[in-house]
Design a protein around this ligand. Structure first.
Ligand code: PMP
Length: 411
């Protein structure tokens, strides 16, 4: 698998053997994705949905085939897929394009406390613009949202529920089907942020029964600057564009304009066609491996990682306990006792282990967990037992090496 990823293969060829465990921030890209992007620019570059020459028609075909592939990947229809610059753009479209158009004063938007800022801050703005109220869906310390909490937070005033598929900090997955059924019983709409789950679990928007779903290409082995907003047809029709301009209008007069239907009407300006082609190739890449194989591989590595961390007295683990091994979807959040998270990540980096430290764009969650920073190790398809063991060895030595690092910094 590592050989399919040029960046990792190059590290191996130099004898560096990078243990890349920062997959929740972004994944590396396989050669098939790089080739697809490259081939578009080398042989297929033209602006889709505009000119009518052969090359432009083939660019339109490439862009729409990418949309169709991503629709298949999400279990949706192609006209329910808006191509965006990423999950953040997609969630802003759901919150400010749809939410701000339908919310009224006194309406409630339930947002889980597990959310990445990208699925919280846009709802804060939608609430500010409309007079709606945000209601937090609060997990326990292990990241679990109980049935009682779902029933408390979702009620007759709830219009929208925004929830993540997997926490990008703790790796736990909220009960999305249970939340969707409570929301729909109240006539509310469910917005799922699957940025963190999309590379690890199959996505089926109909089986999950969600109304909107957002994800990024770069977290599923695709290019940066790509993403999707899935929306149920009738909801996309009520979604206002965030950007207005070329490529999305029907008729334009001096003072007014009418817009194309979604999804094209929500895609203003020249689109990232090469990116969409690359993201669709990434979806094919994942489908070729198959999610059963992805899950089995990542589950085994996650267990090894979590059991290893739990056995180290110097480590404080966050989220599900070591006994709830399968509740973490490829992610372990931890701190090394007495060592600042950023310093611990630096110490690991010196041993060729890449993890992220900080708030992970989830400040309310970290506050809820009683900490201001954690280290996060996250698994991808190319990781293996050697990566995990190298990581565990680095963590085991982190206290000692952090002291050495800080002392040398002071001298
Ligand atoms: N939601 C979650 C759960 C995420 O992990 C991320 C990426 N860190 C985002 C949303 C935002 O994705 P992007 O930065 O690709 O727009």
């Amino acid at each position: 698998m590592r050989a399919a990823f040029p960046l990792l293969a190059a590290c191996d060829a130099r004898g560096e053997g990078l243990a890349y465990l920062d997959n929740a921030a972004t994944t590396q890209k396989p050669a098939c994705v790089l080739d697809a992007v490259d081939a578009f620019y080398r042989t297929g570059c033209a602006n889709p949905h505009r000119s009518n020459h052969r090359l432009a028609r083939s660019a339109t075909e490439a862009f729409e085939s990418a949309r169709a592939e991503l629709a298949r990947f999400a279990g949706a229809d192609a006209d329910e897929i808006v191509l965006t610059s990423g999950a953040t753009h997609a969630l802003n479209l759901a919150a400010l394009g749809y939410g701000a158009a339908v919310l009224r004063p006194g309406d409630e938007v339930a947002v889980s406390l597990l959310e990445h800022h990208s699925n919280l801050v846009p709802w804060q703005e939608a609430a500010r613009r409309t007079g709606a109220k945000l209601v937090p869906l609060v997990p326990d310390r292990a990241g679990r949202i109980s049935d009682a909490e779902v029933d408390r937070a979702i009620g007759p005033r709830t219009r929208i529920v925004a929830v993540t598929g997997t926490s990008n900090v703790l790796g736990c997955a909220p009960p999305v089907v249970r939340i969707a059924s409570a929301a729909h019983a109240c006539g509310a709409v469910v917005v799922l942020d699957c940025a963190q789950s999309v590379a690890h679990e199959p996505l089926d928007v109909r089986a999950l029964d969600v109304d909107f779903a957002a994800f990024s290409g770069h977290k599923m082995y695709g290019p940066m600057g790509t993403g999707v907003l899935y929306g149920r047809r009738e909801l996309l029709e009520r979604t206002a564009p965030l950007l207005r301009g070329g490529g999305m209008v029907d008729r334009v007069f001096e003072r007014t304009a009418t817009f194309d239907e979604a999804p094209g009407g929500l895609e203003a300006g020249t689109q990232n066609v090469a990116g969409a082609v690359g993201m669709a190739e990434a979806a094919r890449f994942l489908s070729r491996i198959g999610f059963d194989a992805v899950r089995a591989h990542e589950r085994a590595l996650t267990r090894r990682m979590v059991e290893g961390l739990a056995s180290l007295p110097s480590v404080k683990l966050y989220g599900p306990g070591p006994d709830d091994r399968d509740e973490r979807h490829g992610i372990a959040a931890f701190n090394v006792r007495g060592v600042d998270a950023a310093v611990a990540a630096q110490v690991l980096d010196r041993r060729g282990v890449a993890v992220r430290a900080g708030t992970h764009c989830a400040q309310p969650l970290l506050r809820h967990l009683g900490t201001d920073a954690v280290c996060r190790a996250s698994i991808g398809v190319y990781n293996d037992e050697r990566d995990v063991d190298r990581f565990l060895e680095a963590v085991e030595n982190a206290q000692r090496e952090a002291v050495a690092l800080m002392t040398s910094a002071m001298l």
